[in-house]
Design a protein around this ligand. Structure first.
Ligand code: GLN
Length: 456
């Protein structure tokens, strides 16, 4: 813990940690020492980790990367962080992220962007660690903490993991409680670990997840011993390769990463099967209707009364001006864009044309996966991202849709509620990490982690 706190102090340029909690860390570390000495040490006892700013942590600023939550000190602890602390984990601080988890580069954060510790060969220019869990990815990659929590609504664990050479798993929807996690798109949001290895991910996921009566969508299922399941034996497993993920204009390096991964799994005894997920091309548009729709509803609570920031009012301003000014000042441009898209697609005249249509498409995407699993496919191998980490400003300055295209390989998994893991398996020509994604059957994270272990 002391070494991590020191490393964090020296790594201000990465802008990964946005709230530091050294006192809490040392208190938790002392308590962990006592448990270890008493012979009562659960899996994560004494391990220093970072918590994404989207998780409510009792008495510790929890701002979701937004100005509107400035000064918000939750009265409660999220179930996931509580589970980690109960298992002896030590909180070093809160981690940078895109505002309300909307973004793929950590550049929409009120704290400014986190920076990827990796560089392109000798080129010194700063790269994005990805997003929205960019601070988590940067902190783990730079050894500022042993692991971190992330959340993934459309790829926010897997894409930053791929951009930083770390491992990130988004479990099945309902595996981790969403209680106390600031909501973005409630039917898509899931928490998960971001770690240095698949084994660490297995240990941390087992600690984070489990049934929680406080979240009605949390699954009442036993939590398997994910670590014990890590045999890495994939002999006879059927790995699906979906042809629709072979996008036009896919960089050669990504093609090669994918074919190398296929070869590696075949050599390890898996059966490689070509599959089709025909509705893949509609996933991104459906996601960018459903996610903003849910976000516009979830973000309605930030009205200047209940949480954080409230605008300074003029004489004669009424409650409407208070809402308007507070939300105009408190939300950044991307969040405002999503709220506008969301309220538009939910409005009386357009509800059927956009929102309901997107929900139907979502069902078709889910069925695509169900069909291939019914045919005996165990997991599906795809690239995690369409490129390696890009430069800061490179995408944010372009049109927002260019940024949305980053999620092309990851959003299907959230729409279908499936578990997905990003594993670093290669490098591009300039030495930047690249990751592959494995998609599993619902609730079969144990199997998914074991297959990812074979790929690592
Ligand atoms: N990049 C996607 C978005 O901006 C996904 C974000 C996420 O998974 N939280 O919506």
């Amino acid at each position: 813990t002391e070494a991590c706190l020191k490393a964090i102090e020296g790594a201000g340029a990465l802008n990964a940690f946005v709230h530091h909690t050294p006192d809490i860390a040392m208190t938790q570390a002392d308590a962990a020492d006592k448990r270890i000495k008493a012979g009562d040490a659960p899996a994560m006892c004494g391990l220093p980790i970072g918590i994404k700013d989207l998780f409510c942590t009792k008495g510790v600023p929890s701002q979701a990367g937004s100005r509107i939550l400035q000064g918000f000190l939750p009265e409660y602890e999220s179930t996931v962080s509580q589970n980690l602390f109960d298992a002896g984990a030590v909180m070093l601080g809160k981690l940078n992220m895109d505002e309300f988890a909307m973004g793929s580069s950590n550049e929409t954060s009120v704290y400014g962007n986190a920076v990827n510790p990796w560089r392109r060969g000798n080129d010194d220019s700063a790269l994005t660690p990805g997003g929205s869990s960019g601070g988590s990815a940067a902190a783990v990659a730079a050894d500022l903490c042993l692991a971190a929590t992330g959340t993934d609504t459309g790829g926010s664990i897997r894409q930053p993991a791929a951009f930083t050479g770390t491992v990130g798993i988004k479990p099945t929807y309902g595996r981790c409680s969403r209680w106390g996690i600031v909501a973005f798109a409630s039917s898509l949001d899931q928490a998960g670990p971001m770690t240095k290895s698949v084994r660490d991910a297995a240990i941390m996921l087992g600690t984070m997840c489990g049934h929680d009566p406080k979240d009605s969508t949390s699954a009442d299922l036993p939590v398997p011993d994910f670590e014990a399941a890590l045999t890495g034996d994939i002999r006879g497993k059927k790995i699906g390769i979906p042809k629709e993920y072979r996008m036009d204009g896919m960089p050669e390096e990504i093609e090669k990463l994918w074919s190398d991964g296929i070869a590696m799994m075949r050599d390890a005894g898996a059966e490689i099967v070509d599959i089709s997920l025909p509705h893949t091309k509609y996933a991104l548009p459906a996601y960018y209707v459903i996610a903003p729709a849910e976000a516009s509803s979830n973000l309605a609570r930030y009205d200047g009364v209940r949480y954080g920031h409230r605008a300074r009012l003029e004489q004669g301003d009424g409650i409407t001006q208070m809402y308007e000014k507070t939300r105009a000042e408190g939300f950044g441009a991307e969040v405002q864009r999503r709220v506008m898209i969301g309220t538009y697609v939910l409005s009386a005249g357009f509800y059927d044309a956009y929102y309901n249509r997107a929900r139907k498409v979502r069902t078709l995407i889910k069925r695509d996966f169900e069909n291939v699993f019914a045919e005996g496919i165990d997991s599906i191998l795809t690239p995690a991202t369409p490129s390696a980490a890009f430069g800061l400003g490179e995408m944010a300055d372009a049109d927002p849709v260019a940024m949305y295209l980053n999620d092309v390989f990851t959003v299907t998994v959230n729409l279908a509620g499936l578990p997905g893991i990003a594993v670093p398996t290669g490098q591009d020509s300039r030495g930047l990490p690249l990751g592959l994604q494995l998609i599993g059957r619902p609730w079969e994270e144990a199997d998914l982690l074991s297959s990812a272990y074979a790929l690592e």
